[in-house]
Design a protein around this ligand. Structure first.
Ligand SMILES: Cc1cc2nc3c(=O)[nH]c(=O)nc-3n(C[C@H](O)[C@H](O)[C@H](O)COP(=O)(O)OP(=O)(O)OC[C@H]3O[C@@H](n4cnc5c(N)ncnc54)[C@H](O)[C@@H]3O)c2cc1C
Length: 372
């Protein structure tokens, strides 16, 4: 079986390693124009924290599987190499409704609501300290996690083609396909560009996010300020293995990822409202990235994980006949918005489930009669 995965961010690499450990004999190729530190995923803070507004059971399962995966890594000898740590922390809210009904309270560890005594002891700025909760989660430092996944993939005979694909209509041609047969499966993990490569440019929208990394080794807990049910990832402090991340901004529709000094100033002010000592800590880096949201699921970060035969996409392109005759199956896995790390492993498992179901329903789908 031949599989191509477009994208080597946290979604592409997680999917690649999940498929590789299941289909031991499969020939798997990642095609990506950016790797490791050049991806969006590299800049993420990496905290496992689900979106507030998840309604679908299968999505909750994606989060559950991902969290179990990160905890398994933490309990392995390789936790340091993967950059996975366990971190506890607080969500502080101005209104009860922002923390009252968190669906994931039974998923994370040590969850409890803060009573007035505990809130008082925390000595928080009066403006913020009305309600809150505490829990333990994981932080995955993508600067370590992505290179480790990539190395694992290559060591297990995976291939990588460093190239920019213009559209999925090219997938079975050189230089993306160096063999004579078609790919059986192509997994679309192209993040913000996932719509573009299927010629559906209007389906995705960036939400720009800027963060500052400081050197503050005395901060060992994460801190969130929940200001609304929709923008619940705006103000936060997250310790990673080597730095502390101060976030963030949420600029809907902004596609310029250059760092804005005024935004950095505002982030610093908001975070100092939660933990004043961040102000005097040395700044290591300032960074901005574009979260890959789907327009139709802006408030849930719900990704698209769906199967679609490549020939069904033929109408999207000014296409040659070979595309309409293709037997290649596309599985989309994109649009994880502000929760891509938190959903990464579970999304890979979901792709595997779709592939297995397809193979059960199509027993004659063998890999030897591919044609261009
Ligand atoms: C400031 C900030 C903080 C964040 N913090 C967190 C957090 O704490 N927890 C969390 O869960 N999430 C967080 N996120 C969200 C997370 O970063 C994203 O959801 C995640 O990185 C998306 O991963 P991805 O693999 O889909 O995309 P990307 O990392 O962008 O990877 C896309 C891949 O596709 C490839 N590609 C794209 N187009 C093409 C093409 N045409 N041809 C070939 N290759 C192509 C790229 O080269 C790249 O390899 C944060 C995001 C931001 C901006």
């Amino acid at each position: 079986m031949r599989i191509a995965i477009i994208g080597a961010g946290v979604i592409g690499l997680s999917t690649a390693t999940v498929l590789q450990s299941h289909f031991k004999d499969a020939d798997i190729t990642i095609i990506a124009d950016k790797l490791n530190k050049n991806t969006l995923s590299d800049g993420s803070a990496g905290l496992f924290r689900p979106s507030h507004n998840v309604k679908e059971e299968y999505e909750k399962e994606i989060y559950r599987n991902s969290f179990a995966h990160f905890l398994r890594i933490f309990q392995s000898e390789e936790a340091g190499e993967y950059g996975v740590q366990m971190v506890s922390g607080y969500i502080i809210a101005e209104k009860l409704e922002f923390v009252a009904d968190l669906w994931y309270k039974d998923l994370v560890l040590d969850f409890h609501f803060l009573d007035s005594e505990e809130l008082k002891k925390l000595n928080l700025n009066k403006k913020y300290c009305a309600y809150g909760c505490f829990f333990t989660s994981t932080v995955t430092e993508c600067r370590k996690y992505l290179p480790k996944l990539l190395k694992k993939f290559l060591n297990n005979n995976g291939h990588v083609i460093l190239a920019k694909i213009n559209g999925l209509h090219e997938i079975n041609k050189l230089p993306y396909n160096t063999e004579k047969s078609e790919y059986n499966f192509v997994i679309n993990c192209a993040g913000l560009n996932a719509g573009q490569i299927i010629n559906d440019k209007s389906s995705m929208i960036p939400i720009k996010g800027q963060v500052i990394r400081i050197n503050a080794p005395w901060i060992k807990n994460f801190w969130f300020l929940s200001e609304s049910l929709e923008n619940d990832f705006k103000t936060y402090i997250i310790p990673t293995t080597q730095t502390v991340v101060l976030g963030a901004t949420r600029d809907e529709g902004v596609s310029d990822d250059t760092v804005c000094p005024e935004d950095s100033e505002a982030i610093m002010q908001r975070c100092a409202g939660l933990v004043p000592s961040v102000k005097l800590a040395p700044i290591l880096t300032e960074w901005a990235g574009l979260r890959p949201y789907r327009k139709e699921t802006l408030h849930t970060s719900s990704p698209r994980i769906e199967l679609e035969p490549l020939k069904c996409l033929a109408g999207n392109f000014d296409f040659p006949q070979y595309l309409a005759e293709s037997r290649t199956i596309v599985i989309h896995n994109y649009g994880h918005g502000g929760n891509g790390v938190s959903m990464s492993y579970g999304s890979g498992l979901r792709v595997l489930e779709l592939m297995e179901n397809y193979l059960v329903d199509n027993k004659d789908y063998d890999d030897d009669d591919g044609h261009f």
